[in-house]
Design a protein around this ligand. Structure first.
Ligand SMILES: NC(=O)c1ccc[n+]([C@@H]2O[C@H](COP(=O)([O-])OP(=O)(O)OC[C@H]3O[C@@H](n4cnc5c(N)ncnc54)[C@H](O)[C@@H]3O)[C@@H](O)[C@H]2O)c1
Length: 351
């Protein structure tokens, strides 16, 4: 196959970014935009590609190897199924679906057909997390015991005025922000099998939560705590530490995860490692060997596009599969239920 011929459905905030990256890709050709909104005309003109109002019109007009679906969540599954029917590969934005039931519908078709579908949890492709996972997998930290994570930041008041739905249940940080974190936690520490949560709306006073304290149990026996808030003036978030999106100010002295094992710990994204030298006794009376793992920063969205092209060519399995997207959604639903009921919620192991 030559260059992969890829279209983008949904030319909003993230779709326009995908389309721009596709134009710059060495292995892909952006062949068109699908979006019924008048505002999409500007994006298509700027990128010099045809605009279609529907997926049907796109597929009727030209051969397409893959489609990036960057439309509102409730359209993801039907549009992904449509592309699968046409034999195209799919990169579907996160969350994979609006509901667990819808994600299950897509997962069943992917399992039955072997369709090539990648879910857009782009942080998976960030070299920081790729390096962190490699360090964990090669045993640098020993057996993983605990993870402490945070996504604690301050969203501006106008964010809630611009989208009043964000004040209502479902518009808060559990559904909007935590799905990224769950994917990262599962990538680094394995499947999540149980959760507990306390939620609060004490500061903003909206119907939706503004702050959540979450406990996690992993299949391998590790435990985790995660602090989530959109109303605290703090830099302990991936957004304000990873330098992934230059629109956010970033603080090089802060971390958003500490992963601790029986031989050492890793702070992410500073990548500071404190570990006991191999073969030596480990104890809090002994000094750690202290170091920092090197990482070459690269745009994970651009890396994700190159991975998508490899998936389309049949050279790679999706690094974030539909079953992964479904598992992430199940954990999110469990956190929301735990916060609502105040009880622990178990998830089937390997779900
Ligand atoms: N990976 C990330 O970090 C990230 C960031 C932002 C958004 N997202 C996800 O991307 C998706 C889009 O989010 P957004 O913020 O870009 O939204 P947006 O509202 O800015 O854009 C959505 C676009 O979809 C178009 N659209 C609506 N119906 C359509 C249809 N039937 N066919 C084609 N296009 C249609 C709209 O006209 C709009 O241009 C969501 O699923 C969101 O969760 C992911």
């Amino acid at each position: 196959m030559g260059r992969a011929r890829i279209a983008v459905a949904g030319a909003g905030l993230i779709g326009a970014t995908h389309a721009t990256l596709l134009r710059a890709s060495p292995t892909c050709t952006l062949v068109g935009i699908v979006d019924p909104a008048p505002s999409a005309r500007d994006v298509a003109e700027r990128l010099g590609v045809p605009l279609f109002a529907t997926l049907d019109a796109l597929f009727a007009a030209m051969p397409v190897d893959g489609v990036v679906i960057a439309t509102p969540n409730r359209l993801h599954v039907d549009q992904a199924l449509h592309c699968i029917d046409e034999g195209a590969g799919v990169l579907v934005e996160k969350p994979v679906a609006d509901t667990v039931a819808d994600a299950e519908r897509l997962a069943a078709v992917v399992a039955a057909t072997g369709a090539r579908v990648l879910v857009g949890h782009h942080r998976t492709h960030n070299p920081i997390l790729v390096r962190a996972k490699a360090l964990i997998d090669e045993g640098r930290l020993g057996r993983i015991v605990a993870v402490m994570g945070s996504a604690v930041f301050l969203k501006p008041d106008h964010y809630f005025d611009d989208g009043p739905w964000r004040r209502e249940p479902g518009g808060g940080p559990i559904l909007i922000n935590m799905v990224h974190e769950v994917n990262t936690l599962r990538m680094l520490c394995g499947e999540i099998v149980a959760v507990q949560a306390f939620a609060s709306n004490a500061v903003r006073g909206f119907a939706v939560e503004d702050t959540v304290a979450i406990n996690l149990r992993f299949a391998g026996g590790a435990l985790g705590t995660f602090m989530l808030s959109d109303t605290a003036a703090c830099a302990r978030s991936w957004e304000q530490t990873s330098r992934e999106n230059p629109a956010y100010p970033s603080y090089a002295d802060e971390d958003c995860y500490v992963i601790a094992g029986t031989r050492g710990s890793l702070s992410v994204p500073t990548m500071r490692i404190k570990s006991y030298p191999a073969g030596e006794d480990a104890s809090w009376w002994k000094p750690f060997e202290v170091g920092t793992a090197d990482v070459r920063h690269q745009d994970p969205l651009a890396l994700q596009i190159e991975h998508f092209a490899a998936v389309i060519r049949g050279e790679a399995a999706p690094r974030v599969s539909v079953p992964d997207g479904l598992a992430n959604l199940r954990v999110i639903e469990a956190i929301a239920e735990a916060a609502r009921t105040g009880g622990a919620v178990e998830l089937p192991s390997g779900s």
